[in-house]
Design a protein. Structure first.
Length: 522
């Protein structure tokens, strides 16, 4: 694959197909979209097959100067590879989920999805700072249109809320990027990842990036746009929103906040821990009382992504690897759960949990798939959800046993609301004749469920195949963070007791690491 611009080709295919969707007859648009997403999926498989796990950190690199201060620079490491693979895997599922439910302006709908695929792949492949920013922010536009045009009754409110929340923080990030380029003299992301920005400037730079990434995750308390967006979005929109768009915030932390501002990341780790712990407990309790299936799964997404941020700021390899695995697993499982809701919504046109019940009688195959995805969301061993949460909690336990304890309650609460949901939908008495008469999965739905179920089980049984491509890159990030690594209450050092609070323990560790650094290292 040396010299072959496969990344540019993966960006070009859906873009060309998007234009085609606007000009072909509307009944053919979905076929064009499906073919384009399947071509990109095949290219993604080729990309994975040709990725050299023991090779250079950045592979499949492309570079072309466009104009002053801006270059077309693409390249991936193992982390980006996995997220691109997740994107191209979920996109055909989104097209399939929309096959019969979208009956107006089909050309524009599928074009919006294809443009969004280009932009999502571009976010993970970009190696130029401003190219990343353009891809990162432009992705808002097609999602805004998908919610606002093809969404539910309150789609306008939800789309504006989604757009304003996610755009506001990104303005600060752009200002910070200009300062960084002026300071470092380059827009090359790999170079900036190794650049030692002044410690006093890192605080403000970190906060500027955090304003954007925290909303994208989303972190508590800036998460309130997510339930509204999920409830109003069509099924395909919910799948890709939960599956890939939420991962951009986590990717931003891994690619920018942690390697570029390690001292500031250590300084603000207690803030991240507090916000994450609050998200785990509060959003899980809110999920318990939901009557709308989509809203329940949306709140569960906030709780799961909180474990991601905890693992990222644990500053160790287990936490970082666990966070990446959770992002991959959550992309699959949350997407599958929203797809499961869409399957029965297409039949009964309601998301109210009380309208269902006893579906295991008339939809037994559907009930089996729904059970598998429910168990994966809980983190049952043997499914994709277990490995990532286990590693993340091990990672954070090395920093603070209290943070680990509170975050572990998320697993207990997750079991409570997910099993409660499943019992009310799949079991019990069939009180509604229309729900009892719904047919089981058709061929199109089987074609979407089987690949999702297979990868959820594959990831749970053999996680090494997903850890191996990113292990070297996670180790490099861990080494970069070593200069600011906090010492937690679970790893006392000389002169430090075992009863220190997480914040106090963290600050003392940061100070020691910072003071011990060689002169001029920052």
């Amino acid at each position: 694959m040396t010299g072959f611009p496969i990344l540019s080709l993966m960006l070009l295919v859906p873009l060309v197909a998007a234009v085609a969707c606007l000009v072909v007859p509307r009944e053919q648009a979905r076929s064009v979209a499906l073919i384009a997403t399947l071509i990109d999926f095949v290219l993604g498989v080729i990309l994975w097959a040709n990725y050299d796990i023991g090779g250079a950190q950045w592979q499949f690199t492309e570079s072309a100067a466009l104009f002053a201060g801006f270059s077309w620079k693409l390249g991936i490491d193992g982390i980006a590879l996995l997220l691109i693979a997740l994107t191209v895997f979920l996109m055909p599922v989104c097209i399939g989920a929309s096959w019969t439910s979208i009956d107006k302006r089909e050309g524009e709908y599928y074009a919006a999805f294809l443009v969004m695929e280009t932009l999502m792949i571009g976010v993970f492949a970009a190696q130029d700072l401003f190219l990343f920013y353009i891809m990162f922010e432009a992705g808002l536009i097609p999602m805004y249109l998908i919610i606002g045009v093809w969404g539910g009754a309150d789609r306008i409110y939800a789309s504006y809320k989604f757009f304003l929340y996610t755009l506001l923080g990104s303005v600060l990030m752009l200002i910070a990027m200009f300062w960084m380029v002026n300071e470092a003299g380059t827009t090359d992301i790999p170079t900036l990842m190794a650049y030692n920005f002044p410690v006093e400037a890192q605080t403000w730079l970190w906060l500027a990036f955090f304003a954007s990434f925290a909303v994208k995750m989303p972190m508590w308390p800036v998460h309130t746009w997510l339930p509204d967006a999920h409830v109003q979005a069509p099924t395909g929109g919910s799948v890709i929103l939960a599956g890939v768009l939420l991962k951009m915030g986590g990717y931003g932390f891994i690619r920018f906040s942690l390697p570029m501002f390690p001292e500031a990341s250590a300084q603000f780790a207690p803030l991240v821990f507090f916000m994450s712990m609050a998200a785990v407990v509060i959003t899980s309790l809110i999920a318990l009382v939901q009557t709308d299936m989509k809203k329940l799964i949306a709140y569960s997404s906030v709780a799961h992504m909180a474990i991601v941020t905890v693992g990222l700021f644990a500053f160790n390899q287990q936490g970082l690897e666990g966070s990446m695995l959770i992002m991959l697993s959550h992309g699959l499982v949350a997407g599958a759960l929203f797809l499961s809701v869409g399957v029965i919504y297409d039949r009964l046109h309601t998301r109210e949990i009380a309208r269902y019940g006893g579906l295991s009688i008339n939809m037994p195959y559907y009930a089996v798939f729904f059970l598998l995805f429910t168990m994966a969301s809980i983190g049952l061993p043997g499914t994709s959800g277990f490995v990532g949460e286990f590693l993340s909690l091990i990672g954070i336990y090395q920093i603070s046993s209290w943070v680990a304890l509170i975050c572990t309650t998320g697993i207990i609460l997750g079991a409570a609301y997910m099993l409660y949901l499943y019992r009310r939908v799949a079991y019990g008495e069939q009180k509604n004749a229309d729900a009892a008469a719904m047919p089981d999965l058709d061929k199109r739905e089987w074609a979407m469920m089987i690949p999702l179920a297979a990868v959820v089980l594959w990831m749970g049984v053999y996680p090494e195949s997903f850890i191996a491509p990113m292990r070297k890159d996670i180790a490099a990030l861990d080494a970069r963070l070593a200069q600011a690594k906090p010492k937690g209450d679970a790893q006392p050092t000389a002169g430090q007791g075992t009863s220190g609070k997480p914040m106090a323990a963290h600050n003392s560790g940061h100070s020691a690491a910072h003071n011990a650094a060689p002169e001029g290292a920052h």
